[in-house]
Design a protein around this ligand. Sequence first.
Ligand SMILES: [Ca+2]
Length: 407
Amino acid sequence: MANDDKLWQRGDMRVFLPLGLCLFAAPVAAQTPVVPPAAPTAVAPADLPPASTARPDEAMPDQAPEPAPEPENAPVPAAGADAADPAPMQASPFQLWLDNYRAGAIGRGLKAEWLDAALAGASFDAGVVARDRRQPDSPGAPTGYATYLDSKLPTRIGPGRSAAGAHRDALQRIAANSGVAPEILVAIWGIETFYGRVTGRFDLPSALASLAFDGRRAALFTGELDALVRIIGEGREDRASLKGSWAGAFGQPQFLPSSYLVYARDGDGDGRADIIASVPDSFASIAAYLTANGWQRGQPWGFRAIVPASLDRAAVANPVAPAACARPLSRHSRALPAADWRARGVIAINAPWPADTTPMTLVEPDGPGAGAFLVTANFRAIMAYNCSNYYALSVALLGDAVEPATR
Ligand SMILES: [Ca+2]
């Protein structure tokens, strides 16, 4: 368990990385996206990630810190759980909470038989709650995006090209239908679950019920448990097959249950959206998610850029404070037409400029002078999957690296 814990602590994963993989660590402004030769296909388990998402289990160095748990959010035993009250059955606080949850869920329109099916065998998982509470409450040690990319990309490029080649027909079809670039579908699949290999092992009803019971983010996880009950109740997925990350993300795209209900799609034409077993369904579901979050057909995500020392950053600062995703978005400039950036002396590295009028944003993930990217709305669509510049860069650059295999 102790070793396993480490695997699931994203912030610690870098300690497992072999030294010398610092493909992105040199002065980034002058570097082209690196495509390492023949990445190894065998991957040490320690390098395989847990699930992630614009989801509660993801803690990125560039994300806003989680607020500290508030005292009133501590687990509150339901009435009758007090030791001073000698209830005849001595039900556990968790069991009492489940009973309470059931009553509430029925009030929210979920059927009793759905709840029976979904909650059968659900138990409190202290490990899940411990993981949730272990989320860093500060951005952590300054590591920089290059270190993050080192932890994600080198092991994934070779397997990603193989996987893209193996699923080329489905990729091309789904990309043509949705407008989402095929390499981005592959890259999200690769970053999320290592191309479907690592989808999580936690019993989802137990995990979500434990987190909702714990109360730190009760509303979020109660909503996700409701969605899971509906998925099981409507027979869309098997109770037994619903394993996932400790925070409730599941399947090859690592959707939360609420995302599944909205975005799961049938990509292989068998009439059923199966993000657990079907790769084409997973591609179609990721595409649906990105499309709903602003992906624009035919646009690139952006490129690595060199910014002239003379660039007046105050002149390009975003005057609007972001309402959500504030910390990562604080690294984004305001949008200017591509031609305007070119006129300001910004240079594209190994990439063509999009049309002159394309709105582009300057992203300096670690601040001015530490590496820069010019991005389009499609980069922000990727950030909707996980609100982190580091995450979106890992997807974008992995996508660039596997793109030839999708053709
Ligand atoms: Ca299907």
